[in-house]
Design a protein around this ligand. Structure first.
Ligand code: SF4
Length: 507
């Protein structure tokens, strides 16, 4: 690990100690955007390389009496690595003493024996980050810690608060000085503001005032909390550890590696408190309709995670089945997935269509964004860094290439060329979600509207740009029907497909 890019801290509830080690972390939103009155907007051309939408963050909280919680948080974060690969951090609490370590890089690059050992305490929260708007640097790494005269609060946040500017003004009116311009800092200071009543009262007030997407884990001197925004944009779930103890994580895939079992999903507008007396829950009396991000089913979440009481893999398989019904490819000889996320959808498509399924592209799974920065010459080779074709499954075949989504389209075009160069006689693209035509303001890093290939283009024009023999997307209705729980649709956001935002967006 590069020590000059890391930051280990010890905090206590004592203000003088706090000042002596003061850091100014800036979580998932840029200063420019938060100072503006707008919700965080897509980064767009700030990132020149072609890429898929990026999930903002993964969070975890562990309470494990008599054991070191940070070690379990580390393994849980490792399982959440797909939600963010730019930085990682853990804050552990031993009574009122908070200790943190965070640095740029993958979880296994940030933590080792030397950095984990000081993080003592039976409660810990952790965070792995992908920047939605803020710079990719240590100042933006989480958890975010604030000390007050009577308490210390650490917060790790996944999502984007759309009224952060108004909340900042509220804090400024109270004389609170903020060190950065990001939404996670605002949330942390709102929770750290002393108030009468139990800590849950502060969280309940936060749920009533903060708009947008925020799944939070919170650490105080005597408890951990899991908080999901009233609309439930981002997932959050509760697990149980053997021999006592509990864990809260963005996705249930974090539970297996630490020996925990999935208990349930945390409901929108719910606050779960875990302390020495057990697990307690309270929920907003009348939360608005749920709007879970449909992209979690399509692409973001790991296929072995449970969302809506079902494995994500099963939802993706159904997406592929529906796609085959809506948009068959009758001349296809073989169904090839774009690895890895489109694998279940390609299986579903193959099973319904009767066209044989085969692997035709091998993905290099060790390409990470943070430390692999190819020079211009290598970048021009585009997808060749990431995918290698298997000519014996592609040669002289009419290929049905199944992917889960298309954003800018550069990768898709290179994949079509790659498959054709490997000998395919025809390439028919089938996409297991609708065209992405609108940006996201709820914490997902997407290109600007103009950079989206489907913005203001019809499907045939896109097919031409991709150099595909044909292109078909799953319909919006088909996607929502495929991802819904068997008990019925519990409510999803699909704004980047439909343009119908569940929140007021003030661009
Ligand atoms: S706009 Fe798209 S990516 Fe953003 S929360 Fe809604 S469905 Fe998810």
């Amino acid at each position: 690990m590069a020590k000059d890019r890391s930051h280990s801290l010890l905090h206590t509830g004592d203000r003088s100690d706090c000042d002596s080690v003061a850091v100014r972390p800036q979580p998932c939103e840029s200063a420019e955007l938060a100072r503006d009155s707008r919700p965080s907007a897509p980064r767009g051309s700030a990132r020149p390389e072609d890429r898929r939408p990026r999930e903002a963050c993964g969070v975890i909280a562990v309470h494990v009496p008599g054991r070191q919680a940070a070690r379990l948080a580390f393994f849980g974060l490792f399982a959440l690595q797909h939600r963010g690969q730019e930085s990682a951090g853990i804050t552990a609490a031993n009574g009122p003493t908070f200790r943190s370590h965070k640095a740029m890089g993958l979880v296994t690059q940030v933590f080792d024996e030397a950095t984990l050992a000081p993080l003592v305490g039976d409660r810990a929260i952790g965070h792995t980050r992908y920047s939605t708007a803020g710079d990719s640097d240590l100042a933006n790494a989480q958890p975010f810690v604030v000390h007050t005269s009577d308490d210390s609060v650490a917060v790790a946040h996944n999502g984007n608060v759309t009224n952060a500017a108004a909340l900042r003004q509220t804090l400024a009116g109270r004389g609170t000085k903020l060190s950065s311009g990001n939404d996670s800092e605002v949330l942390t200071h709102l929770l750290a503001t002393p108030a009468a009543g139990a800590f849950e009262e502060r969280i309940t007030r936060l749920l009533q005032t903060a708009e947008g997407a925020y799944s939070l884990v919170v650490l105080t001197r005597d408890a951990i909390f899991g908080v999901r925004d009233p609309r439930g944009f981002r997932p959050l779930c509760l697990g149980r550890l053997p021999n006592g103890g509990s864990v809260i994580a963005s996705e249930s895939c974090a539970f297996g590696p630490i020996g925990a079992t999935f208990e349930r999903e945390i409901a929108p507008g719910e606050v779960v408190r875990i302390d020495a007396h057990g697990v307690h829950s309270r929920r907003l009396a009348q939360p608005p309709a749920r709007t879970l991000c449909a992209f979690e089913h399509v692409y973001f979440a790991r296929p072995d995670s449970i969302i809506d009481d079902q494995r994500v893999h099963a939802a993706r398989y159904r997406l592929g089945q529906r796609l085959a019904v809506e948009s068959p490819a009758p001349t296809g000889d073989v169904v090839i997935p774009v690895p890895d996320s489109a694998l279940p959808a390609a299986l579903g498509f193959a099973d319904v269509s009767g066209i044989p399924y085969a692997e035709g592209l091998i993905k290099n799974r060790y390409i990470g964004r943070t430390f692999i920065q190819p020079g211009d010459e290598l970048r021009k080779r585009g997808v060749r860094l990431k995918f290698n074709p298997l000519p014996h499954t592609l040669r002289d075949k009419r290929v049905v290439l199944v992917d889960d989504s298309i954003v800018r389209g550069n990768t898709s075009r290179e994949l079509v060329r790659l498959v054709r160069k490997a000998g395919a006689t025809e390439v028919h693209m089938r996409i297991s979600s609708p065209p992405v035509r609108h940006p996201c303001y709820m914490g997902v890093d997407m290109p600007t509207r103009e950079e989206l290939i489907a913005h203001s283009r019809d499907v045939d024009s896109i097919a031409e740009l991709l150099e595909a023999d044909s292109l078909r997307y799953l319909s919006l209705e088909g996607m929502l029907a495929a991802v819904q729980h068997e008990g019925g649709d519990r409510g999803h956001c699909a704004a980047c497909f439909s343009g119908r935002y569940p929140l007021e967006i003030r661009p």
